[in-house]
Unconditional design. Structure first.
Ligand code: FAQ
Length: 321
């Protein structure tokens, strides 16, 4: 009875001390590693974010994957094939990073395939023409790079290290997107129309990718406190807008936003209102391609069943059990 009242107080004191030391380590810029003590909420937030990120990479293979057989030249086909394959690799690094926190691959995949897990809203939009490969590479990978360059400095070692490697590859992805956009925007009148149409369709969904405004972002405060995020959703979105708008305008393309204006005083490009109803509909599963994306992932998982079973049987045989 006596022990039962004393122990929780000691535990609470120990946890307070551990939390102080944990936060001091983050303040010193040290990385937190898998075996280190960490608050349960830090672990939960990281598993949530890293697994969503992994799912996004895997589902993100689908919009561009549909164009591998329709690339206009062999060279373009090889580049696109390599890019889509890279995204699959990114998913693997990220699932591994989440596993270091105790998440299992089976649980994460089950959450995705049963529709419980979130993945980036952007991949629920269709790729309709070859110009979309340019728009995805420049806009979507460009947005992902800004977010991931921040995450490469995050406090959790395995996530930060995965991000370093991923960012190097994403830079190549963005360049191939820019190359397609420049080719089409400076090509025939039909190519310019096709390119503009793709920018018109991908612009707003890309801005939504950064997540809700800071005032509506419940996770940001704790992520920033513990050095997982070092910039807010709105800060990164503004960086992306400032970087991308002048580059697209310089190519003679337009931005599908009648309210877009340059604010001399702050040096920022200001945009019109984002359609958050559309964003939440997509996040809730009602976007243009949510059903199609999930069907494709479930089919791929089923098709791969024999490989998983063969590997498990081989491992069992090797271990002699
Ligand atoms: N889509 O409180 P916040 C790529 C959810 S990788 C769907 O602001 P947080 C590479 C959010 O989960 C792209 N859901 O959330 C590539 C939360 O719900 P929850 C993916 C979204 O975590 C390129 C709720 O809204 N990148 O593109 C979205 O602080 C080309 C409230 O939001 C990452 O995952 C969204 N866009 O900030 C691949 C990076 N935004 O979980 C192929 C890592 C928000 O509480 C081709 N993740 N939600 O139920 C992050 O940096 C953050 O999680 C944010 C959201 C910034 C996405």
């Amino acid at each position: 009875m006596y022990g039962a009242t004393v122990e929780p107080i000691e535990d609470a004191q120990t946890d307070d001390n551990r939390l102080r030391e944990f936060e001091a380590r983050i303040a010193r810029g040290e990385k937190i590693e898998p075996g280190d003590w960490m608050p349960d909420e830090y672990r939960r937030q990281l598993i949530r974010m890293i697994s969503q990120h992994a799912h996004s990479e895997i589902v993100g293979m689908l919009p561009e994957g549909t164009f591998i057989t329709r690339a206009p030249t062999l060279r373009r086909k090889l580049i696109l094939l390599a890019k889509v394959q890279d995204e699959g690799g990114h998913g693997q690094y990220l699932y591994h990073a989440a596993e270091t926190l105790g998440a299992t691959r089976e649980d994460m995949l089950d959450a995705l395939l049963s529709g419980r897990a979130k993945y980036s809203s952007i991949f629920n939009y269709p790729a309709l023409s070859w110009a979309d490969m340019g728009a995805i590479g420049w806009l979507v990978d460009g947005a992902a790079i800004l977010n991931q360059t921040m995450l490469a400095k995050c406090s959790y070692g395995p996530y930060a290290r995965a991000m370093k490697r991923i960012c190097a590859e994403e830079n190549f992805h963005k360049r191939q997107g820019q190359d397609i956009v420049i080719t089409l925007a400076t090509g025939t009148p039909e190519q310019k129309v096709m390119m503009q149409d793709a920018i018109n369709r991908w612009w707003w969904p890309t801005l939504m990718m950064f997540g809700p405004h800071d005032t509506d972002s419940p996770n940001s405060a704790v992520l920033i406190r513990w050095g997982i995020k070092t910039k807010t959703n709105d800060e990164l979105r503004q960086m992306f807008i400032n970087q991308t708008v002048p580059e697209l305008l310089a190519l003679g393309l337009t931005i599908p936003d009648p309210d877009l204006r340059y604010d001399e005083e702050s040096g920022n490009w200001r945009i019109g209102p984002i359609n958050w109803d559309e964003f939440w509909q997509v996040v809730k599963g009602n976007g243009p391609c949510n059903q199609e994306r999930m069907d494709a992932r479930r089919r791929a998982h089923e098709d791969g069943r024999w490989v998983r079973e063969a590997l498990a049987a081989y491992a069992e045989k090797q271990s002699g059990t």
